[in-house]
Design a protein around this ligand. Sequence first.
Ligand SMILES: *[C@@H]1O[C@H](CO)[C@@H](O)[C@H](O)[C@H]1NC(C)=O
Length: 253
Amino acid sequence: MWLAPPSYLFLVVTVLVVSYVKSQDSFYYLKQCHINDPNVNQCLKQSTNYLIANMRRGIPELDLNDPEPVIIDEIQLALGTGPDGYRATFRDIEAFGVSNCTVTAVRSDIDTSQFQFTLYIPRITARAKYESSGVLILVRASGGGNYWGEYEGVKVKAYLKATKVLGEDGLTHLQLQQIKMDFNVKDIRMGVDGIHNGNSVLQAALNLFINSNAQELLKEMKPHLKKKLLVLMSDFVTHIFQSVPYSQFLVED
Ligand SMILES: *[C@@H]1O[C@H](CO)[C@@H](O)[C@H](O)[C@H]1NC(C)=O
């Protein structure tokens, strides 16, 4: 089709304007912060919460569709040593509620790209399959079944250090160098059901033990759980850093 020069020009201008607006819009799920803003930490906190709120809705541009549940393949627990020491393996763990997290504080050192986030999650519920062997509270507790847990008042501290690199798009990106995390839980309720190779007396005894020692059990599981969570977190952060240029997070005036 042949277009008269004025309408051709109009078409070109329209295409340019539309693609400009689109490129401005393609990081709509983030708020940009200014490096020299004296309240840059406050801004980073808001930007991260804005990103989390968008993630709850799904961000197709980042292949983040449904953030729930968080899935962990396996966690192990060992109590006591020797042949009768209690060992449990939790598999196919599904945790619901993590996307309800809020960033409550950010500390940063922009020059060296170090960031510390404090997060709060009101409630996480989890379920898993478990198998155990050994002796627990003088009861032979070998067998398996379903595990469930409810964790309320979860506080997470995450520290990350990054370095600036040139991305494939020719723009500056952050590259994750180090990530650390720790967490604590205010209230824990958990238990087991559907025990096979067991009976209702054993199940009741296990549930009593588990609930009266919940914080202690979490402490024993923590090193392994932290390792698993760090892998999930570093994959997630790496994906965000690769997809979003540095200047979309932090811009110099
Ligand atoms: C997130 O929080 C809301 C409001 O408290 C609650 O209704 C919802 O069930 C929570 N989501 C998950 C997955 O726990």
